[in-house]
Design a protein around this ligand. Sequence first.
Ligand code: 2U9
Length: 344
Amino acid sequence: MKERLLELKAEALEKVANAGGVKELQQVKVEYLGKKGPITEVLRGMGKLSAEQRPLIGQMANDVRSDISSAIESKQATLEEAALEKQLEEEKIDVTLPGRPIHAGGRHILTSILEEIEDLFIGMGFAVAEGPEVEQDYYNFEALNLPKGHPARDMQDSFYITEEILMRTHTSPVQARTMTNNEGKGPVKIICPGKVYRRDTDDATHSHQFTQVEGLLVDENVRMSDLKGVLNVFAKQMFGEDREIRLRPSFFPFTEPSVEMDISCKVCAGEGCSVCKGTGWIEILGGGMVHPNVLEMAGYDSKKYTGFAFGMGAERIAMLKYGIDDIRHFYTNDVRFLNQFHKA
Ligand code: 2U9
């Protein structure tokens, strides 16, 4: 029995030493120390031994068990340590590697230019007013001195939803609504930014949807020179102090007299080049004195009140300021275009 126990011990320790993994080690444990293992079997046969032999063999069997058990434990610790080492090696992170860049978005150029225009007029005391894009024929045309059948309605081919409802063709209905709803019929000083819709065929300079900023100042004794002063400040702040403006006579049904405003060409400083088509001037907006009919229709006494109004396309302003050659860039959202206008 003694020999058998020593033999089992040697056998088990060899298997423990050769175990390549924790699983294999567990098998050795079950095989030698389990209830059905050979050592248990030896202990079961101890009944046949003499009274002197029994405690000796019992002690020996326990020693063998405990030797195998501690060999397994220490082997298990070695194997686990090796497994951890391997895992750490495989999952190694190089914290000195540079981080991946974060591609942060930014303001759309059209949003930036609108905010710039708004800030500029807010600085001159204007309030910002907004209104619906789906508008009544009355506010879009009638209230602006464009009755049904007026030839100028053809100038602005429109998206009609019903006979009386359309997508607004300009932001002027916002001013018409503001004046109409102004209970005390006192002064009005607003700018109206927003999307407008026209049945145009899209090309480099036309879009069926674009963005306008219109302005309106109504008060007593408002004169054309006030319009010129405000627009001069706008032009110089937006395009540079060295730019000159000029007003040319024009026609709009809602203003009388009406003007168009040019700024001196930055490229040739008025000499004439391809950008200004040889004229030295570039058209940027229209305006004029609010037509008495428009004032009266909104409930204002046109003998007491006068006003000026103006309108511009925000895309056109951005195109001139940044040399953008196609209005469609604003809507196709190619990041190579958009990223050029992000401030760091
Ligand atoms: C009211 C009275 C008058 C707004 C005006 C213009 C002249 C004008 C164009 C510029 C380029 C439209 O975007 S564009 O195509 N606009 O030239 N707009 S006067 O006049 C008004 C508005 C509201 C109650």
